[in-house]
Write a protein that binds this ligand. Structure first.
Ligand code: NAD
Length: 253
């Protein structure tokens, strides 16, 4: 049976770990050919090797314009097109407005927001030449809700929402057949949040697997939402903020 994105060419940044890794695995399972990029060469190459000929790894700093030029040229040369782009690479630095430094702010803006801006630019250029596609930007609940200890991180993720809507509107007006949506997860069990659970307590206790009303979801839960936005079944969904947070946001308003 054909997969849900059979034969599509997909690019996933930060694809070596957590949500990115789960997305690469889901895309390969559903029939896509995946280019995964990351700064972590060892983990990226290991995942590509595990997935055989369906995935290849390129070392990329997603916040570097030169690296985006290199990755876009490689995709164009190898596949001649791009159908799906997931701008997922990111970092987390905690801090309230009183604690966060200008260095924290600038680092988060560079890695979390510049990377998505550059990714959207490269994605639109590739996709408009090959009949359209789907761009999925990974933001956070911290980009929508007021989280006191995520001042700079939340701002970097809110930037993604505004950019996503502008890209969706531009591509619609230009009739490029490119959709652009953002995903806003909360509390995913990944290496990024490994230190956020009480010491000595098994983090699995907080997952949605342990209790469907718990807050923490798994990378595969986010990958499932990404897959939905990637496939043609979501063709009428454009410019949205999709929350994948086990209802945490509605509990806080
Ligand atoms: N874990 C959570 O609870 C959570 C919640 C909301 C949003 N997010 C977002 O989800 C995305 C994935 O996070 P995760 O939890 O899977 O984290 P993770 O740390 O497991 O994975 C992030 C990956 O991005 C890579 N990366 C970091 N900076 C990079 C750069 N400049 N260029 C290329 N690759 C880079 C890392 O090497 C790593 O492999 C991030 O954008 C994060 O902000 C995570």
């Amino acid at each position: 049976m054909a997969g849900r994105i059979e034969g599509r060419i997909a690019l996933v940044t930060g694809g070596a770990s957590g949500v990115g890794r789960a997305t690469v695995e889901a895309f390969v399972r559903e029939g896509a050919q995946v280019v995964l990029t990351d700064l972590n060469v060892e983990a990226g190459e290991a995942l590509a090797a595990e997935l055989g000929g369906k995935a290849c790894f390129i070392r990329q700093d997603a916040a570097s314009a030169a690296d985006w030029d290199m990755v876009a040229a490689a995709v164009r040369e190898r596949f001649g097109r791009l159908d799906i782009l997931v701008n997922n690479a990111g970092i987390l630095l905690k801090g309230s407005i009183e604690d966060a430094t200008l260095d924290d702010w600038q680092r988060l803006m560079r890695i979390n927001a510049d990377s998505v801006f550059l990714g959207c630019k490269a994605g639109v250029a590739l996709m408009k030449d090959s009949g359209g596609g789907s761009i999925i930007n990974i933001s956070s609940i911290a980009g929508i809700a007021g989280r006191d200890d995520y001042a700079a991180y939340g701002a970097s993720k809110a930037a993604i929402s505004g950019l996503t809507r502008a890209v969706a509107a531009h591509c619609r007006r230009a009739k490029y057949r490119i959709r652009c949506n953002s995903i806003h997860p909360d509390g995913i069990m990944t290496p990024m949040t490994a230190g956020s659970y009480p010491q000595g307590v098994d983090p699995a206790r907080f997952t949605i697997d342990a209790d469907p009303m718990n807050r923490a979801c798994l990378p595969a839960d986010v990958a499932a939402a990404i897959l939905f936005l990637a496939e043609d079944g979501s063709r009428a969904v454009n410019g949205i903020e999709l929350r994948v947070d086990s209802g945490q946001f509605v509990m806080s308003i």
